[in-house]
Design a protein around this ligand. Structure first.
Ligand SMILES: [Zn+2]
Ligand SMILES: [Zn+2]
Length: 193
């Protein structure tokens, strides 16, 4: 198992599977010090970014990805990569009902397997979403010409895990559609209460 070192954040966004030793596990701790992780976090914040009156974000958006992967080789899948990941973080957004700035947190675990894209066109795999490898059920990904695209993998899982409709409070009453008053703070003639 390769040590997590000071260079660990330098995992490139794509890796050629044949450059990895077989059966040798790698572990990476990735944060936004890594440029392509930073890009993913920025993309997440584009729509939700809110700032306080001084223009300074009120909270720190952050993402931490723990990634471990092992190249395997057998007769069935030839070169394949088993990847396990945990994405933890939070990003600044706003409540979809009252627009109050808020921090939306996420914590997501995934297990995936990249097999050669020659399988993608075969009847057995073209509609498959998961495969069994070892004794686990793994999400199915394909590598093309041996290129493992970690950025695409994490992008997909990051956007899968974030709350599409964040609420600052489950009970948020939102804004009046007619006059725009914040119904958490007051009432108006357009509502029953
Ligand atoms: Zn709200
Ligand atoms: Zn109103």
């Amino acid at each position: 198992m390769q040590q997590v070192g000071t260079e660990a954040h330098k995992l490139p966004q794509t890796v050629k599977i044949t450059k990895l030793p077989i059966d040798d596990g790698h572990v990476y701790d990735l944060t936004s010090t890594n440029p392509w992780i930073e890009e993913l976090l920025s993309e997440l914040m584009v729509s939700g970014m809110e700032t306080d009156p001084d223009g300074i974000p009120q909270w720190d958006s952050h993402v931490h990805v723990n990634l471990s992967f092992t190249r395997k080789h057998n007769h069935t899948y030839r070169d394949h990569l088993i990847v396990k990941g945990n994405i933890v973080g939070a990003y600044q957004t706003h409540c979809v009902r009252c627009l109050k700035p808020m921090l939306s947190e996420f914590n997501h675990i995934f297990e995936a397997c990249f097999i050669p894209d020659m399988f993608e066109k075969t009847p057995e795999y073209q509609d498959a979403t998961h495969i069994y490898a070892g004794d686990s059920e793994l999400e199915l990904y394909f590598h093309s010409k041996g290129i493992i695209d970690f950025k695409e993998l994490i992008h997909e899982h990051l956007f899968l895990t974030v709350d599409e409709f964040p609420l600052h409070d489950e009970e948020c009453k939102g804004l009046c559609f007619t006059c725009g008053i914040n119904l958490n703070e007051g009432s108006c003639e357009h509502t029953d209460n």
